[in-house]
Design a protein around this ligand. Structure first.
Ligand code: AMP
Length: 221
């Protein structure tokens, strides 16, 4: 099963993906995480991507597409992937479809996490990520037990440099202009499920697993 998580920055895609990965055994592939890992490793891709990420702009399609295709070609992705933060443009959506089709696969579900615009900025501003294991917290909605320390691995929590208010505002504008049209695109394909992303984390997870036909019936569409 291949699943796309669609939604604005701050909608909860990464948070939900980490739960869904545990529930489904699918592999969580997050384009933003791959760029941040490339940057930590000091690769050319990481350096190239940094300039765009710092400004809250999208990294050019060809770089993202190449990176994602390389990642999903690995053996661990053979049973299915949860795509988080990809695709973000129509070109990326088409490239993904094309790549999956070559392996007899298709996007089975697109889960669109709908969150009102005013909530998004607060979520982004409060986000903290573990430096060691990548687990995501939020100082307002989902704090770690000890401030700045990961509950899971004891790693140090940090705020992403593109989560400042100014950059976050720009990222939202970029999302509205370039990524939100994908909602219509996937709606037209008939595999979009809309999930109310305002609710408590566990309720959103339940709605998502139900939308994937895994249990329960708490879907909205
Ligand atoms: P994210 O972690 O998904 O919020 O992504 C952080 C940043 O990485 C974005 O603001 C973009 O600069 C870049 N990025 C991540 N995924 C993509 C994508 N699919 N297309 C273009 N740029 C991306």
């Amino acid at each position: 099963m291949d699943v796309i998580l669609l939604g604005a920055p701050g909608a909860g895609k990464g948070t939900q993906a980490q739960y869904l990965e545990q529930h489904t055994g699918l592999v969580h592939v997050a384009s933003g995480d791959l760029f941040r890992a490339a940057l930590r490793q000091g690769t050319e891709l990481g350096m190239l991507a940094k300039a765009y990420m710092d400004r809250g702009e999208l990294v050019p399609d060809e770089l993202v597409i190449k990176m994602i295709i390389e990642r999903i070609s690995k053996a661990d992705c053979a049973q299915g992937v949860i795509f988080d933060g990809f695709p973000r443009t129509r070109e990326q959506a088409l490239a993904l479809e094309h790549e999956l089709a070559q392996h007899g696969r298709k996007i089975d579900y697109v889960l669109y996490l709908r969150v009102p615009d005013d909530v998004l900025l607060r979520r982004i501003a409060g986000r903290q990520t573990c430096k060691t294991c990548g687990y995501i917290y939020n100082i307002y909605y989902f704090p770690s037990k000890r401030p700045d320390v990961c509950d899971h691995c004891g790693g140090k929590l940090y705020q992403r440099s593109d989560d400042t208010l100014e950059t976050a505002r720009h990222r939202l504008q970029v999302y509205f202009a370039q990524t939100r049209p994908l909602i219509e695109y996937y709606n037209g394909h008939g595999n979009l499920r809309e999930i109310d992303g305002r609710r408590e984390i566990s309720l959103v997870t339940e709605a998502m697993t139900a939308a994937l036909g895994l249990h329960g019936s708490d879907t909205e569409k």
